[in-house]
Design a protein around this ligand. Structure first.
Ligand code: ACO
Length: 323
C-alpha cells in the first residue's frame, strides 16, 4: 500500500519582527491585552520586497534541501494561500517558475487557515492515486497586506510567513507502524461565511478588501469544530488521544488551543505552540509550527503527529500522520 510521507520540511519568515508594544501607538490596545487574550507576543511582517511567492519559494527551497532533493524531483506543487501575489495566475505557478521547474503542475488551494491541512490531504490523494510521486506542499501568507490597520479587533492577531513540506509516496505494510498520512477529515460550512471574510474581491468590489472577523463568534464555534473533526480522525485510525505523540494545531489563539487539547484529553506537553512568536499566519501556521517543532528536536521520525486547523468559511480539518 502506498502512503504519503513527509521527506523534508522548511520555513521562512519575513525579516521584520513586530512586537505587541508597537500596536500601542497605532490603535487603542496594550501588550497585556494581546498576550492575555491570544498568547501572541510578536509576529513577522513582510517588507515591500517580501511576498507570498518569495516567502513560499524560500520555504520550499529549505524543504527540498532538507529532503536532499531538487525541484527536478517534484511532480506537483500545492500552495495553500488566501493572499496570492495576483488574482491569477496561481502563485503556485510563480513559485514553480522561481524554482526553475518547467515540468509537472502547480495550483493554489484556498481554504483560509485550514489551507495547509486541505493541501496535505490533496497531496496525499494525488500520491495515492499515482498522479504524483513527490509533492511540494506549501502554506504561504502575507495577511499584513489585507489587514485594516485601524481595526484593533483584527490587526493585532495576524502575521506573515511560510512553511513547506516535501511529501512522497512510500510503500508500507498497512499498519500504524508505517510512515505517512494515516487518516484525514475535512469539513466546511458556508452558512458561516460572514463571520470571517475579506470585504473585497475581483467579482464584487473590484478591490482587494480587508479582513473582517466576528472574533467572539469564531471563538464560540472553534473548539467544537476542532474536536469533532479530530474525533473523526481518531475513529478512522482506531486510536485515542493517548496515542498521539505531538499535536500541531492551527495557531490562532492559545486559549482555543488549550481548550481543544483539554477537551480531547491531549497532554499539555504534547501541544506545539508558536502563536507567541508568529501570531496567526493562516495557511502558514501549521507548517511553521511543524518546522519549529522539528528544529527544536521535538518531532522525530516515527512520531505520531496530529495536524488541525480551522478558518474562514468556515473550513476545518485534521490530518494524522506518522512522521
Ligand atoms: N485591544 C484591546 N481591546 C480589544 C482589542 C484589542 N486589540 N480587540 C478587542 N478589544 C475589546 C473589544 O472591543 C471588547 O470590548 P467591549 O467589551 O467594550 O465590547 C473586549 O475587548 C472583548 O472583546 P471580545 O471580542 O469579546 O474578546 P475575546 O476574548 O473574544 O478575544 C479574540 C478576541 C482574540 C479575537 C478572540 O475572540 C479570538 O481569538 N477569536 C477567534 C479567532 C480565530 O480563531 N480565528 C481563526 C481563524 S482565522 C482565519 O481563518 C483567517
Amino acid at each position: 500500500m502506498i502512503r504519503s510521507a513527509v521527506r523534508g520540511i522548511g520555513s521562512a519568515l519575513p525579516r521584520r519582527v513586530m512586537k505587541n508594544v508597537e500596536f500601542e501607538s497605532l490603535v487603542d490596545t496594550t501588550d497585556e491585552w494581546i498576550v492575555q487574550r491570544t498568547g501572541i507576543r510578536q509576529r513577522h511582517i513582510a517588507s515591500d520586497d517580501e511576498t507570498t511567492a518569495s516567502l513560499g519559494e524560500a520555504a520550499a527551497r529549505k524543504a527540498l534541501d532538507d529532503a536532499g532533493l531538487t525541484s527536478a524531483d517534484i511532480d506537483l506543487i500545492v500552495l495553500a494561500t488566501s493572499t496570492p501575489n495576483n488574482t491569477f495566475p496561481a502563485t503556485a505557478v510563480e513559485i514553480q517558475d522561481r524554482l526553475g521547474m518547467t515540468h509537472g503542475f502547480a495550483f493554489d488551494m484556498q481554504a483560509v487557515c485550514s489551507g495547509f491541512v486541505y493541501a496535505v490531504n490533496t497531496a496525499d490523494l494525488h500520491i495515492r492515486a499515482g498522479q504524483a510521486k513527490r509533492v511540494l506542499v506549501i502554506g504561504s501568507e502575507t495577511f499584513s497586506r489585507i489587514l485594516d490597520w485601524e481595526d484593533r479587533t483584527t490587526c493585532v492577531l495576524f502575521g506573515d510567513g511560510a512553511g513547506a513540506v516535501v511529501m512522497e509516496g512510500v510503500e508500507g505494510e498497512g499498519s500504524l507502524a508505517d510512515r505517512g498520512v494515516i487518516a484525514s477529515s475535512l469539513r466546511s460550512d458556508g452558512a458561516q461565511k460572514d463571520k470571517l471574510f475579506v470585504d473585497g474581491g475581483p467579482s464584487t468590489t473590484g478591490t482587494v478588501g480587508h479582513l473582517r472577523m466576528q472574533g467572539r463568534e469564531v471563538f464560540k464555534h472553534a473548539v467544537g469544530m476542532i474536536t469533532d473533526v479530530i474525533e473523526d480522525v481518531f475513529g478512522r485510525a482506531g486510536i485515542t488521544a493517548e496515542d498521539i505523540g505531538w499535536f500541531v494545531p492551527h495557531q490562532a489563539n492559545k486559549r482555543i488551543i488549550d481548550a481543544s487539547a483539554k477537551k480531547l484529553g491531549i497532554a499539555e506537553e504534547k501541544v506545539i505552540i508558536t502563536v507567541d512568536l508568529h501570531g496567526n499566519t493562516s495557511a502558514a501556521s501549521v507548517p511553521l509550527a511543524l518546522a519549529h517543532a522539528v528544529d527544536e528536536g521535538k518531532i522525530k521520525r516515527g512520531d505520531l503527529v496530529l495536524l488541525e486547523a480551522m478558518g474562514g468559511g468556515f473550513t476545518w480539518g485534521a490530518v494524522l500522520l506518522r512522521w
